[in-house]
Ligand binder design. Sequence first.
Ligand SMILES: [Ca+2]
Length: 223
Amino acid sequence: MKINKTKNATQRFIGLFLLVMLLMFSGLLLIMCQTNTQAKQVIVWDGEQATQGDGWVTENGVCTVKTQTTVAHSGTTAVQFTFKSMDVESEADWIGAGWNWVNWQVGPYGTDITTMKNFTFWLKVEGVAADMRFNLLCNGSPALDMPEHHTTKVPVSNYCPQWKDGQWHQIVVPLADLVQPAGFDAMHVAELQFFNTGNGNGSFYLDDIAFNASDKTSGHNQI
Ligand SMILES: [Ca+2]
């Protein structure tokens, strides 16, 4: 009888020990997964957690770029670029803007994208737009906005054909498509530049501007 009691106690101890080990292992796996997920994305502007930023607009049209709290994808804040072509007959009357998330600091300021695979942002369009093309700009010293600071431009429609339907879409662009010229500093990327490349009268709303290292390399998501 005493032998059986000892045996049962030993079995219970082993069972409890295995259960504790299983719980610890599961917890460790969960932490590793969360850490991995967090490491795969860097949000450079969302208006709520990442709030530093300022914009510019071209002068060949009536346009503004600013944060506002009426239309947003996350939280209550998004960037709004409003545009109205001055010459409705001219397709060359493109107008554009930029959103700089280091507030124009010149020098080694910006986002290191050397380990990232995609550039992503959420976009909603109101009114009439032609085509939206965009590129990234790296920081530079002593002058900003030099030719070597610009990636190539890509059209949103390549990644999201229904981008003008008035809904929010997440645009996912492989960084390989945004070709970096010689002299581009991928360790200090600081600005998104975007253009309505023709006649238009409306707004682009942008939110949750980010980079990620996800293997999903192209396309869009919709809410
Ligand atoms: Ca937001």
